[in-house]
Design a protein around this ligand. Structure first.
Ligand code: HEM
Length: 306
């Protein structure tokens, strides 16, 4: 096992933690719902990036909302179903596409894939009689992981009331060649809203997956996509470190989800969202977590196609 690339070991441990393998499903964020809509850029978007979806009039989007873990039927209010996920694919005017893949927590438990594997392996090794357990030992020596796992897991009223965060930084380049590093912030236009404990305790296991189609019958579900820009000295390549809320935030545009994807189940099986599927005007940072993601996703994707 230790001879395998860390990305493959990560997928193996995620699979083990979910009681898998679960044929046809993702090794993480297995339970999801695919919807469609469009994105209309804000006038300010081109000041940050020359990317085609920030200068076009409007582009089509396909979005997959998801629960964490590789458990395909995890209840939507279950603590392990956090963070929630949102994967967005923008269709570009030249027929290519670019993706944004974000979570409902502003931060990550580990700065490197090796450290993330350490956390997951410690979780997998826990549950026995050892005190402190391997995961307790890991958390005692890894403050970022402790912060992440103790972040309140608030079940949203709807995917349409859940904010999402890019966590990893990207390098944005505008038409003048000016460079900024930034992280995506995605805010629901309906505002953030969560279930209280009583409602969460009695929530249907599929309440989120059922709520969104019902909400879409009343009209579009919208999000404002923005980017928080780093200042000199901010940690660009460490997903465990959030930046001060005082950093400049530039509006990129409005995403409107309009309908459930008519062939969502086939689409999600055949599709790998990829945070490094970028387009001219957006480049990867050197964040090792970001750089590890496509490799891990590809292992999971390859296994579900088998
Ligand atoms: C080294 C760190 C990470 C590992 C090993 C990892 C692993 C995975 C794997 C194996 C999948 C399934 C992909 C597929 O089969 O198509 C996945 C999906 C996903 N990941 Fe990660 N991930 C990592 C970091 C992140 C980060 C930092 C974010 C967000 C900021 C994120 C958000 C998501 C989302 C939203 C999905 C679902 C995508 C979809 O709907 O297709 N992950 N992850």
């Amino acid at each position: 096992e230790a001879d395998k690339p860390v990305t493959e070991q990560l997928v193996d441990t995620l699979t083990k933690l979910s009681g898998g393998p679960h044929a046809d499903f993702r090794a993480n964020h297995a339970k999801g719902l695919v919807v469609q809509g469009d994105f209309v850029p804000a006038a300010s978007a081109s000041s940050v990036s020359k990317a085609a979806h920030f200068t076009a009039k409007s582009v089509p989007v396909t979005v997959r909302f998801s629960n964490a873990t590789g458990v395909p039927n995890i209840p939507d209010a279950n603590g392990n179903s956090f963070p929630k996920g949102m994967a967005i694919r923008f269709g570009l005017p030249d027929e290519s596409y670019t993706d944004i893949v974000v979570i409902s927590v502003n931060g990550f438990p580990a700065a490197t894939p090796e450290d993330f594997l350490g956390l997951l392996n410690a979780v997998a090794a826990s549950g026995g009689d050892a005190k402190p357990s391997p995961v307790e030992q890991f958390l005692a020596t890894h403050p970022a992981a402790l912060k992440f796992v103790t972040t309140p897991k608030l079940p949203p009223v709807s995917f349409g009331t859940q904010p999402f965060f890019g966590v990893n930084a990207f390098k944005f380049i505008n038409a003048k060649g000016e460079v900024n590093y930034g992280r995506y912030l995605i805010a629901p236009v309906a505002g953030a809203a969560y279930l209280d404990k009583a409602d969460a305790d009695k929530a249907d296991p599929d309440y989120l997956m059922n709520e969104l189609p019902a909400r879409l019958k009343q009209g579009a579900v919208q999000y404002r996509i923005a980017v928080q820009l780093a200042e000199a000295g901010d940690a660009i390549n460490d997903a465990t470190q959030t930046w001060p809320a005082t950093r400049k935030v530039v509006e990129l545009g409005t995403l409107s989800v309009r309908n459930v994807h008519p062939q969502g189940t086939a689409f999600e099986k055949q599709t790998m969202f990829n945070p490094l599927m970028l387009t001219d005007g957006i480049e990867a940072s050197e964040d090792p977590i970001l750089l590890a993601r496509p490799g891990a996703y590809a292992v999971s994707f390859g296994r579900r196609l088998k």
